[in-house]
Design a protein around this ligand. Structure first.
Ligand code: FCB
Length: 454
């Protein structure tokens, strides 16, 4: 049954007829059930046990109990009229993929397109003990895992994504250590970048052989980066961050090379020595779509070096500035115009490559009162970013779909359960789901395939 409110609003900004409207989640953030059906430990289970690593000592239990309540959740998606659901497959569940079988079938029964991400950060702990992503062999192990998953789910999935945000896996996992596995070693972070890219390329080849007709690609978290002033020092700071945030992934995947400046900047951390003959050919295997996760833009300047580990190796002298926009509960500035800029520039740079916004959303301090959450701030955030997406379409971006982050309130990694990004409120004690006002608003957008005049 649809929950879309009836409205007489006229649709001023219409999206293309076959535009994909969805919502996204990730296995460790929502599933719970971390010790059942043969699931092995992941680096996040281990990380959550470390005192002080995750806010409030939160862990993957209970998550949003999606592993057991997926039918109810698919029913919710259906009531919102969603056309697609982007979930991730947990590598630690390799021994028993039955859950994903059931989830995919349930989605298909409801006419919802399954989109699967093959890696959203939950590396099996046993592989971390052999060096994790800093170990080249992990890329080969990933390819084996992908082969099994794709053989099993094959063409019942409508879109494959190899990796989610390898920048976070590498630079937060092994650079500043705020994500699992909590390593602080810039050389390991740079090794992880190359091995994640290799894992992506090897996975593409497995997908091509097991599900040749299903579109596949990768999801990156990309940020427009601007210098604070026209000074040469600020321009260089922006060049470096753009290199380490965006180009270090885009160039190998799309062009089969690392940019010369990135190779030079990363030489002290061993990047050139990691690249073996043939790697870049594997990494640049053609993709069918690029997933873009967008949350905000960066404004940077040169400054004094900071002590302690930073995410971006060799960039401890870069300052990240505020540009005066309102902020979400994550302290992230709300900058919808950056999404237009990003999508348009990607389409200019890589013509013919379909783009999907695979994540975009916001945490706000939601209050559940009288059975509702009046999250007008989240509605304004989503509305602004959808207008920005529409503007990108008008300027020629080849944008094919939008997945809201996220369907359900969940474990926001090191921030724990306190940061709520969901369209659907979850009471983590009772697991009761309540549609927020933003869910009803989003359902209206999906139903109308567009936005009204602002
Ligand atoms: C992205 C992650 C996603 C979620 C959002 C808020 O970086 O891919 O899992 O945590 O941020």
């Amino acid at each position: 049954m649809s929950v879309v409110p009836q409205t007489s609003e006229s649709v001023a900004l219409r999206f293309p007829t076959d535009f994909v409207w969805g919502a996204a989640t990730a296995s460790f953030q929502v599933e719970g059930s971390t010790t059942v059906d043969g699931r092995v430990e992941s680096i996040w289970d281990e990380f959550c046990r470390r005192p002080g690593a995750v806010a409030n000592g939160d862990t993957g239990e209970p998550g949003a109990d999606h592993y057991r309540r997926y039918e109810q959740d698919v029913e919710l998606m259906s009531s919102l009229g969603l056309g697609a659901y982007r979930f991730s497959v947990a590598w630690p569940r390799l021994a028993n993929l039955g859950f994903y079988d059931r989830l995919v079938d349930c989605l298909l029964e409801r006419g919802i397109s399954p989109w699967a991400t093959l890696y959203h950060w939950d590396l099996p702990q046993e592989l971390e003990e052999k060096g994790g992503w800093a170990n080249r062999d992990t890329a080969c192990r990933f390819a084996e895992y992908v082969s099994t998953v794709v053989s099993r789910l094959g063409d019942r999935v409508d879109g494959w994504l190899t990796l989610n945000e390898p920048w976070c896996s590498a630079f937060l996992g092994y650079g500043n250590g705020v994500h699992a596995p909590g390593v602080q070693d810039p050389k390991a972070a740079v090794a992880a970048v190359h091995h994640l890219l290799l894992a992506h390329g090897l996975a593409m080849s497995e997908i091509r052989s097991k599900a040749p007709n299903i579109p596949a690609g990768i999801t990156l978290n990309l940020f427009p980066v601007s210098p604070a002033t026209g000074s040469a020092a600020d321009a260089d700071a922006a060049r470096r961050i753009d290199g380490l945030q965006n180009r270090i992934f885009l160039d190998p995947v799309m062009r089969g090379e690392y940019a010369v400046d990135v190779l030079t900047d990363m030489a002290p951390f061993g990047l050139p020595d990691l690249i073996r003959d043939g790697d870049l050919k594997v990494i640049s295997a053609p993709i069918d779509h690029l997933g873009v996760n967008y949350y905000r833009a960066y404004l940077v300047s040169a400054g004094d070096p900071v002590d302690g580990p930073t995410e971006w190796p060799g960039s401890s002298d870069v300052r990240f500035l505020q540009s005066g926009h309102p902020k979400t509960e994550m302290d992230w500035e709300v900058q919808p115009e950056g999404l237009t800029e990003l999508l348009v520039s990607l389409s200019r740079e890589y013509p013919g490559l379909p783009l999907y916004v695979t994540e975009n959303g916001a945490a706000y301090p939601d209050v559940l009162e009288d059975g509702t959450v009046r999250d007008t701030d989240r509605i304004a955030f989503l509305d602004g970013h959808l207008r920005a997406s529409h503007a990108a379409l008008e300027q020629g971006a080849d944008l094919r779909g939008y997945f809201c982050w996220t369907l359900l309130d969940n474990l926001e990694w090191a921030w724990g359960y306190a940061k709520r990004f969901g369209l659907v409120h979850v009471d983590f004690e009772t697991q009761k789901r309540t549609l927020k006002d933003s869910a009803l608003w989003y359902a209206g957008v999906v139903e109308r395939n567009g936005l009204s005049e602002s």
